[in-house]
Design a protein around this ligand. Structure first.
Ligand code: NAD
Length: 250
């Protein structure tokens, strides 16, 4: 029986960095499962990825819901017969300060940005370990190192969640080795729906802080994620790679 082509799950795959990553992996021949909130963005993304000629599975729902994610992983295995790559990309911003934020807002920020990574890693790791191979790439942020830009907007809950992803990446890199590699990517200022307002209001000032002289695109991040997810031979795990045009060189 011919072997199935490889398969990748991209969370938050309906737009921005997630969609660019899904397209990059599709162009490398990976079948794609797109996990994202149900809605027109997800439907449009499925069409865009399918237009590459690749088989696509939509996984609509909230990545912070543990049981739902377990069901989605099972649906992927059922459809694709294998899971080679998991990209934990779904995330939300949270611009409230410690004084302003409510308990619910804190919980939601941690659940969508960090617990989602636990949910998905737990759901796919058994299949990857059984297969003796797998790649996990977690999307953190340079805010995990910097505490966010010094501006009127504090993002401390977001920074906390993104720093948690780095700890999870390093610990799971050890725990799941040697079969499964686990790495993280920290985007800098990337122009997407998440950052459109902030970037539009501060474009020149932000660009002035970036040695490579431009704000990043989703494709700038996707090419690095696709490298970590697919390159052979692979001798990288537990690595944290900043994709920020040199903005946070220290
Ligand atoms: P985006 O808002 O364009 O895309 C995020 C996607 O995640 C959306 O499709 C959204 O629907 C999905 N999502 C949000 N909550 C979800 C939930 N509960 N369940 C399922 N899906 C959900 O943002 P982006 O800029 O492409 O960001 C992608 C990742 O990169 C995020 O984790 C973000 O924190 C990180 N990041 C982005 C930047 C940047 O400058 N854009 C910088 C650093 C880190």
């Amino acid at each position: 029986m011919p072997e199935h082509p490889p398969a990748a799950i991209v969370t938050g795959g309906a737009r921005g960095i997630g969609l660019a990553t899904a397209l990059a992996l599709a162009h490398k021949g990976y079948r794609i499962a797109l996990s994202d909130l149900d809605g027109p963005d997800l439907a449009a993304a499925v069409e865009r990825v399918a237009a590459t000629g690749i088989e696509v599975l939509a996984l609509p729902g909230d990545v912070s819901a543990f049981a739902l994610v377990g069901g989605h992983a099972a649906a992927c295995l059922d459809r694709f017969g294998r899971i080679d790559v998991l990209v934990n990309n779904a995330g939300i911003s949270q611009p409230k300060s410690l004084v302003e934020i409510s308990e619910d807002e804190w919980d939601r920020t941690i659940a969508v940005n960090l617990k989602s990574c636990f949910n998905w890693c737990k759901a796919v790791a058994p299949a990857m370990l059984a297969a003796g191979r797998g790649r996990i790439v977690n999307i953190s942020s340079v805010s995990a190192h910097t505490g966010g830009a010094r501006s009127a907007v504090s993002k401390f809950a977001y920074c906390t969640a993104k720093a948690g992803i780095l700890g999870m990446t390093r610990a799971l890199a050890k725990e799941l080795a040697p079969a499964v590699s686990v790495n993280a990517v920290c985007p800098g200022s990337i122009e997407t729906a998440l950052t459109a307002g902030l970037i539009a209001a501060n474009r020149e000032a932000i660009t002035g802080t970036i040695p490579l002289g431009r704000i990043g695109t989703p494709e700038d991040v996707a090419v690095v994620v696709a490298f970590l997810a697919t390159v052979e031979p692979n001798y990288l795990t537990g690595e944290i790679i900043d994709v920020d045009g040199g903005q946070w060189i220290n």
